[in-house]
Design a protein around this ligand. Structure first.
Ligand code: NAP
Length: 306
């Protein structure tokens, strides 16, 4: 089966990850791009909006991959679902928890495929870590995610706007891994957001979860050694560490052999399996955690950024 797909939002992640992953997958064919300000080098027809594309290519697009910032995602996804098109959502899948619930309800009513694509859940360490933790009782969780915002989001102003999530745009990747590997759901007990005085969203954040020594720390001010680690201890004495963002797994002190790091090819393999069945795959737990954290977070102000 050939799945004719269009990319909507042709920025950094669309170019660096989605285009090569689509090209490498035998079932997907990139047929169009939607980019309001143009995309000369796309190699396929480029449209200013989804509506313009649907008018020019009626019945010629089976699926869309939404690679815009989250603020505009709900409206575009709702339009695609109404047109009967399968939808893949980049993370975070929407700007609010309510928007995500609404998209899922719309896809169910319309009988269309909807995939909330958490790329970090497809890092090679995640599935084996979930197996190792199956049936365990988690007693300790330490998520530490420190990156350099200027490396991953150079010049992107939207991440500092109210619907841009700030450091939690990255932190939600760690939460998506936690959601996939932990045998119990996480519930927010307390949170602290550190916000630059000239910005709307946090540059650093801490979340404490219900249940003892369970916590997460995210920071976008790391300019030396980036860290993306999740350490889990269980009541039975099991120790599982996901390091390098899921590229490595250390189980009870021993390095666990893993396959290659290929998150986006794995995402498209999953989407290819969902499209023919018009299936829905939406893990909303990472959005619920962030929404709860935002409801009760203590806000601290820090030096202006940028
Ligand atoms: P980006 O480089 O700013 O790209 C976003 C693109 O969306 C821009 O080309 C923008 O066009 C376009 N856009 C904005 N509104 C649009 C609309 N209404 N219709 C169509 N296109 C629209 O951002 P990015 O880094 O690719 O991030 C996009 C998403 O991917 C975010 O949710 C992010 O969390 C996720 N992601 C990013 C990374 C990363 O390393 N950067 C990694 C994984 C996932 P204009 O610039 O012309 O406005």
């Amino acid at each position: 089966m050939t799945i004719r797909i269009a990319i909507i939002g042709f920025g950094k992640i669309a170019r660096t990850e989605h285009v090569p992953a689509i090209a490498a997958h035998p079932e997907f064919e990139l047929v169009a791009v939607v980019a309001p300000n143009g995309a000369d080098e796309a190699g396929v027809p480029v449209f200013a909006s989804l509506a313009e594309m649907l008018a020019a290519m009626p019945g010629e697009v089976d699926a869309v991959s939404l690679c815009t910032p989250p603020s505009v995602r709900h409206a575009i996804a709702a339009e695609a679902i109404a047109a009967g098109i399968a939808v893949m959502l980049e993370k975070p899948p929407a700007a609010t928890f309510g928007e995500l619930e609404d998209l899922e309800a719309r896809a169910r009513t319309a009988g269309t495929c909807l995939f909330a694509a958490w790329h970090s859940q497809h890092a090679p360490a995640v599935a084996p870590a979930a197996d190792l933790l199956k049936g365990e009782t988690v007693t300790q969780l330490a998520i530490e995610w420190r990156e350099d915002v200027n490396r991953w989001h150079p010049g992107q102003e939207w991440i500092w706007e109210p619907e841009g999530f700030g450091v939690l745009d990255t932190g939600i990747n760690a939460l998506s891994i936690a959601s996939a590997i932990l045998p119990q759901p996480l519930f927010v007990e307390a949170a602290e957001f550190t916000i630059p005085s000239n910005r709307q969203t946090p540059i650093a954040a801490r979340i404490r979860f219900v249940g003892g020594e369970l916590g997460a720390a995210f920071d976008w001010r790391e300019t030396h050694e980036e860290v993306r680690e999740i350490h889990v201890a269980t009541a039975s004495g099991r120790r599982v560490a996901i390091v390098e963002g899921g590229a490595r797994l250390i189980a009870d002190g021993t390095e666990h052999p893993l396959g290659p790091f290929a998150e986006y090819p794995a995402l498209y393999a999953r989407f290819a399996a969902l499209v023919p069945d018009r299936a829905i795959d939406v893990d909303s737990a990472p959005m619920r955690i962030l929404a709860d954290a935002a409801l009760i977070a203590r806000r601290l102000s820090t030096a202006a950024h940028g």
